[in-house]
Design a protein around this ligand. Structure first.
Ligand code: SF4
Length: 353
């Protein structure tokens, strides 16, 4: 074994350039190394999944990101806003089906004041106190603070007091060169980092995602991982890392060639090795398909994410994938793992031995 291989198998930290060199490894060797790293951290063959629902309460968004087919001005979905009653009815359906987590996601919309956010959270928590609200995004919170003329910490504390339990990291690609083209009105990398620091100060946990395949270089892919690793070193709030490929159809970047399955497996494996301070890695069946996500369980992933009773953002790009609890259990078992329904804090609710 060379020096890099020895460090990887000893659980040590690897450098930016060493991570870059992993792109040239044979995929099976890379997968074996990532799987080894998973075992060092997760200590079992358990694979978690959660019964959840995304509620996209509006698609009227002022950011108009080029990579998004969901916002109303992309012309794929008519503009809409869900009423509070409609939101509550969707949460009720989830609760009645045994679901435990709701992800409220809107966009950047000036009509949504801090009071409206608070009202939404309070109404859900008072009717469904056991439903965990893993909701909004750093960009949504930063823009809400700006238009409310409030400090970000005060916005987060206000929403936490109203019932917000944690916030998805919604990182897109943490490279300003790409963001300036793909999502210029959202937030910069530094603003994303500041938002994560603010969440940590307010005692809320988060996650980190990665949308790759938007014309970035391999160096920029590692640069994204590097930002995540640094923020996790600083805050410790990232519960999981979730990479997914950009789906270009129907977006303002339809000319981009979609990333391949090999790209996905390499990214999740390299991320597992580079992000030595993150425990859970989700296999993204929603964008990559169930079969590729199943293989990702041998490339460093230890979680299958949400069953998702409803999803419209990826669907807007024409990617229509659906599953259910039984199918997920079967897929995890067939990968030689133990399916475990978990909660939002990654505690096991039921193990399907
Ligand atoms: S990605 Fe989010 S912020 Fe950007 S246009 Fe779509 S909904 Fe709005």
């Amino acid at each position: 074994m060379n020096n890099l291989e020895q460090r990887i198998f000893a659980g040590g930290r690897i450098s930016f350039n060493e991570a870059l060199s992993l792109f040239s490894w044979d995929l099976l060797d890379l997968a074996a190394a990532a799987d080894y790293r998973r075992k060092l951290v997760v200590l079992s063959e358990d694979v978690g999944f959660i019964l959840d629902r995304i509620i996209n309460y509006t698609n009227i968004c002022e950011a108009k990101c080029r990579f998004c087919a969901y916002h109303a001005r992309a012309g794929v979905i008519e503009p809409y806003e869900l009423s509070l009653e409609e939101i509550l009815s969707r949460v009720r359906e989830l609760a009645e089906a045994g679901g435990t987590q709701v992800m409220l996601q809107g966009g950047i919309n000036s009509a949504y004041t801090i009071d409206r956010y608070r009202e939404m959270l309070r109404a859900i928590k008072s009717n469904f106190p056991h439903v965990y609200l893993h909701s909004f995004s750093p960009a949504e919170l930063v823009h809400l603070a700006g238009r409310s003329n409030m400090q970000l910490d005060d916005v987060i504390s206000t929403l936490k007091e109203a019932g917000l339990d944690s916030v998805p990291g919604a990182s897109d690609l943490l490279v300003d060169r790409v963001r300036k083209y793909a999502s210029p009105a959202k937030i910069s990398v530094e603003a994303w980092c500041d938002a994560m620091r603010a969440l940590a100060r307010c005692g809320l946990k988060s996650s980190a995602t990665m949308t790759y395949g938007m014309g970035e270089t391999l160096e920029e892919r590692i640069a994204h991982l590097d930002v995540v690793r640094r923020i996790q070193d600083e805050t410790g709030i990232i519960r999981a890392f979730i990479p997914w490929s950009f789906s270009p159809a129907r977006t303002g970047m339809a000319e981009v060639l979609p990333a391949t399955g090999m790209d996905y497996l390499r990214i999740i494996a390299i991320a597992r090795i580079y992000l030595d301070n993150v425990v859970h890695f989700q296999a993204g069946w929603l964008t990559e398909g169930l079969k590729l996500a199943q293989i990702a369980l041998s490339c460093g992933a230890d979680d299958f994410g949400g069953v998702l009773m409803e999803e419209v953002v990826v669907r807007a790009t024409g990617v229509h994938l659906q599953t259910n609890k039984e199918e997920i259990i079967d897929i995890i078992r067939n990968a030689g793992k133990v399916p475990c329904q978990r909660d939002s804090e990654y505690r096991i609710i039921r193990r399907y031995a």
